[in-house]
Design a protein around this ligand. Sequence first.
Ligand code: ZN
Length: 186
Amino acid sequence: MQKRAILIGHTAEKPGAVRTRDGKTERQILESFREYLNFQIKPSGNTVIIDKPHGQGTDISGIFARIAEAKRQNVEFAIELHINNVPPGKTDNYSLLLYSESAAPIAEALKEHFADFIKDAGVERWVMVKIPDPNWPNFAAITQAPYPAIIFEPFFINNPKHTVAERALFEFCPLLVKFMETYKKQ
Ligand SMILES: [Zn+2]
């Protein structure tokens, strides 16, 4: 059976956004996600977690290393997790789904699956972007994935309306695992 993968974003060298209230990095928060996800996935199931905690050279937050590993494991599709940053002075409030062309149906299903959760977390809207897109050059890498590839940024790291808290992790992680276990190809 072909596996489905959850990719953990960022590396120790490129830890991503910083939460101002406690200085925690995106990478550290994503490591908490990884721990919770590890509790939820069944060893006998169809979901694997891919993490490349160290990057090389100009690899943007280790994304090419993760794509290579997912390719090596011949995954059916992969969802990479990130936590968005709020630009200073902005109050943007959305959940972001970036996806390669072949991943469009999976992205739509993921949005549907998380609709209630995201609303409850205080997020106002979804932004869906098919990659490549000139406004999102940093994520062009996912077009090189030989499988349907998605980047999911459910929250903003500094948005006080969002609960990127330990409570949210408890709820977010089992929902994501459920999606990985139950999504049916159209
Ligand atoms: Zn990130």
